[in-house]
Every structure is written in C-alpha cells, then in structure tokens.
Design a protein around this ligand. Structure first.
Ligand SMILES: *Cc1c(COP(=O)(O)O)cnc(C)c1O
Length: 394
C-alpha cells in the first residue's frame, strides 16, 4: 500500500468536511499500531474477552466424505458475539479510547457489526449510536433489541433504499459533523484510507493464527485458504499473512444470489465495474448509468454493492481468485456442514464451504485447504427454513 492506495484502488474520495477526521485517525493509527502497550492491551482483550485464539479444527468427516483434500475449519464462529467482527471492533474501540473519544458510531446492515460495536462500547464505557436502514430494522428486529440491551441507540435511516449503503452514508455524515468526541467504527475493509488498512490489520489475527496452527498440526502451509467476501474483512484477515507465500491459493467466495446472469446478485468481482463510492475507488455493482445497483443475496452480511480496495487489487494482479456462489449452493453447504460436522455456520460462511465442496474432491489427500467459518448460523435458521418452504416461529 502506497499513500492509501492498493494499485489504483482505495484512496480518500471524501468531502472536505471529513478530511480532518480522517487525517486525525491516520496519525493516531500510525502511532498506536506499533505501540507495544497498545498491542498488549489488544491481545489481552482478544484472549480474555473474545476467546482467542479461535480453533483450527480438522474436519475429518467432511474430508472423508468429499474424498480429496484434507479440510480444516478456522472457527471464528466461536468468538464472543459469534463472528469475526469482534476482532475489528475491539481494535477500533481501543484506538478510539486512546484518542480520547467517548462516543462510537457505526453502520450496520443485518445488525452483526452493530451488535459487535455496541458490545465493545458497553465493555469500554462509551456512548454508542448505530445507523441502520429502516428496512433492515424491520427485517432484523432481534438485533435491534440486542443493540438496545447493550446500551446503544439505533437510528433508522430512511434515505435511499433504507438499507446498508444508506446507513454508511449517514454514519459518514454524522462523523463529519461531530469529530471532536466521536470515532466512526467502520465494519469492513472499505471506505476511505485508513479504514481498509486498519480493519485488515485487526482482522489479520485470523491468518496469523492459521499459519501458526497449521504449521504445528501439519508442519507445512495449506494449499488453499477460502473465505466468503462481503466487504471483504474476514477474507483479507484470512489471506493477509499468506500473501507472500505464492504456493498458497487465496480464494474469495462472493454471493451470486440467484446467479451472476441475473440482476439479483451481489457478486461484485464477477459483475461489477470500476467506480468511486463511500470514499474509495474499487469495483461496484452498477446499473447501465453507473449508479450503484441494488444487490441481492440470501445472506444479509454479503449484500454490499462493493468490495474492499485491497481485494480489487489482489484480483487484478492475480494473487487471489474470486468465485461466485449461489444462494442454493450456500444453503446446501449450510445443511451439509450441520449434518456432517455438527456445525451450524453463518450462511455467509456457507458460501466458502460450498466452494470448498466443489474443489476438494479434485485435490489429492496430501493437499490441505482451510475454510474460514466467519460466524455462527443461529441467526440464519429461520430464513433457511423459509427458503426450504417451512415457516418456523422466530
Ligand atoms: C458481516 C459478516 C460477513 C461479511 O463481512 P466481511 O467484511 O466480508 O467479512 C461474513 N460473515 C459473517 C458471519 C458476518 O457477520
């Protein structure tokens, strides 16, 4: 990364009113990221509060059943609050605290990042405001309740399509009007520099642990690492410490929704075009006029119309591969993992499991693949039942 850019991607495409906030954040992060005291505190939070290191679990039944590569699961679903999001949020909340901020704001789509931010705010005695599209507050009423229980205020956003992208825009607006006491805790590797680098660094604990754990268990690096991609934070966290190991394939699994040949998709690399939105240059799903297109996936955590700039770059230079996975494939993988390993993974993570199911049989038993299970799937059970034509009471 040079000057906040990954190749031509990234940058700081923001209004003048946000410039001071972003510069202050960049300075603070440059100072604290290599500060031993800061890193000691963060490690303690990771270990004692979030439950790290997460397990690298050998999926023996799945390996045997698919009849090819040896499969390991990186269990981010076992973290406190049930997903990888807590890694980023604890890092940013601690940083905000060091910067003297007393108030965290965040955007949320399905509510997972909002719940994680509200959790960190409660832990660190900070005020917390979460912006959420009004549509989403209705669809995800349980998470709205969770955030309130944790002491956060949830503000429904009524502009635009009243979904995630509008919540991001509103949080940026709020941040620019109140920088003095407020940190914007962004939820993925997107937005203006330095967010893509900050979120990546806090999530890179995933690949640091995978590397240590696989070397201990197998004495060698894996042949491939797979992760699902929404904005791309669990994927870049899973890839980061393998980027300089050219023999490790890095595979990001995007949500194809009803298929990349339909308009009901969220597969940005497969269907998107170069654009500028939410402060960054990257690939975005766009309509014929270059407007941000409405996106669709069965998985609420993956239906963001863009992808983080570092992924756009890794795609262009051919270091990482990005593959589309449909709703139907993800649901089948969700059910398969539950039956085969006794693990109900998030429907987001099931996208990565689905692609692993496609490639593992063609690999040899002396090859190893690691799939990151980004979160647990309790939140998805009612939606999957509905997808299968069964109406269960939530
Ligand atoms: C939010 C979320 C995602 C998608 O976000 P990324 O930034 O792409 O990681 C994936 N899985 C789970 C469980 C999530 O909560």
């Amino acid at each position: 990364m040079i000057n906040g850019r990954f190749g031509i991607y990234g940058g700081q495409y923001i209004p003048e009113t946000l410039m001071n906030a972003v510069i202050e954040l960049e300075k603070a992060y440059d100072h604290y990221k290599d500060d031993p005291g800061f890193n000691r505190e963060l490690t303690e939070l990771f270990n004692e509060y979030a439950g790290r290191p997460s397990r690298l679990y050998y999926a023996a039944r799945m390996t045997k059943d698919l009849g090819g590569a040896k499969i390991y699961l990186k269990r981010e679903d076992l973290n406190h609050t049930g997903a990888h999001k807590i890694n980023n949020v604890l890092g940013q909340a601690l940083l905000a605290k060091k910067m003297g901020k007393t108030r965290l704001i965040a955007e949320t789509g399905a509510g997972q990042h909002g719940v994680a931010t509200a959790t960190a705010a409660a832990l660190m005695d900070m005020e917390c405001i979460v912006f959420m599209g009004e549509e989403d507050t209705v669809r995800q009423a349980l998470n709205v309740y969770r955030m309130r229980l944790l002491g956060a205020e949830v503000i429904p956003v009524k502009t635009g399509t009243a979904t995630l992208k509008d919540a991001v825009s509103e949080a940026m607006r709020e941040w620019s009007s109140r920088v003095s006491d407020t940190h914007y805790c962004l939820g993925s590797v997107m937005g203006p520099h330095p967010f893509p680098a900050i979120v990546r660094d806090f999530q890179s604990v995933i690949s640091r642990e995978i590397k240590e754990q696989i070397l201990e268990k197998e004495g060698r690096l894996p042949d491939a690492v797979l992760a699902c991609v929404g904005g791309g934070s669990n994927a870049i966290g899973s890839f980061y410490h393998f980027i300089d190991d050219p023999d490790v394939r890095l595979i990001g699994c995007e949500a194809a929704g009803r298929g990349i040949d339909t308009l009901e998709t969220a597969a940005t690399i497969a269907t998107g075009k170069l654009g500028i939105f939410h402060g960054m240059k990257s690939y975005f799903c766009q309509d014929a006029d270059g407007q941000i297109a409405p996106v669709y996936s069965i998985s609420a955590g993956l239906d963001y119309p863009g992808i983080g700039p570092e992924h756009a770059y890794l795609h262009d230079i051919g270091r990482a591969e990005y593959v589309p996975v449909t709703d139907e494939e993800a649901v089948q993988a969700f059910e398969y993992l539950a039956r085969t390993e006794g693990i109900i993974a998030a429907i987001e993570s099931a996208h990565a499991v689905a692609h692993a199911m496609k490639i593992a049989p063609y690999l040899s038993p002396d090859q190893i693949i690691v799939i990151t299970i980004s979160g647990r799937g309790d939140k998805d059970c009612a939606a999957i039942a509905r997808y299968r034509g069964e109406n269960i009471h939530e």
